[in-house]
Write a protein that binds this ligand. Structure first.
Ligand code: ATP
Length: 188
């Protein structure tokens, strides 16, 4: 996978808040993909919606990723209820005809990937790039045989938004995100 010039990575999540673990994921993508699209979720089909409004989460991702020209932040999710991954992939295939699309997920999501809606169809449409988070297994025997999975070999960067919402520490998010949160009275 390294060096593929016409590859697009889709990195979705709640980003509630965007933290250094998310930045670590993007650092792994930068040498591998020409385009990286970050998709804050508005109506996640697999979990409860975030309590932090979309516009704040979108703005945090924009601030945190502004330094990287390969990264764009998409509000695609606001127009689709709920937004299933296969629809998202089809949308970006139409935007970038002929491009190879890879969905980027942490290993916690990989462990439950077989439960994603219409996973067989999704595996025909996209590849997956799995970033280790903790001690989750590197195999998922429940996935379709056609699933194309690449495991990132970088060491885990153990940090979650759940921890930050429970115990806010501004040093665990990029400075631009910390400033945004302070200005808008988020989390603290
Ligand atoms: P929460 O604790 O609220 O579930 P989170 O920290 O997992 O949040 P999300 O926005 O839900 O963050 O994650 C978006 C994507 O980024 C998911 O695929 C998730 O697995 C991945 N991810 C989040 N944090 C990390 C991390 N520290 N290392 C690798 N992947 C991560």
């Amino acid at each position: 996978m390294p060096g593929i010039p016409d590859a697009l990575a889709l990195f979705g999540g709640q980003f509630d808040p965007f933290h250094w673990g998310h930045a670590h994921v993007i650092q792994q993508l930068l040498p591998r993909f020409r385009h990286i699209v970050v998709l804050p979720s508005a109506h996640p089909p697999h979990r409860a919606a975030s309590e932090t409004p979309f516009h704040h989460r979108f703005a945090m991702v924009q601030h945190a990723t502004a330094q990287w020209s390969a990264v764009t932040v998409s509000d695609y999710d606001t127009q689709h209820t709920p937004s299933f991954a296969r629809h998202t992939v089809r949308h970006f295939h139409a935007q970038y005809p002929g491009i190879s699309i890879t969905l980027v997920i942490g290993s916690d999501q990989y462990a439950v990937l077989h439960t994603w809606h219409h996973i067989d169809t999704l595996c025909d449409l996209a590849q997956f790039f799995v970033v280790p988070r903790d001690t989750q297994p590197r195999t998922n025997p429940h996935l379709p045989a056609a699933a194309h999975i690449t495991h990132c070999t970088a060491p885990p960067y153990p940090l979650s938004a759940t921890e930050l919402r429970a115990d806010w520490q501004a040093t665990l998010v990029p400075p631009s995100v910390a400033d945004y949160c302070q200005a808008h009275g988020l989390y603290a």
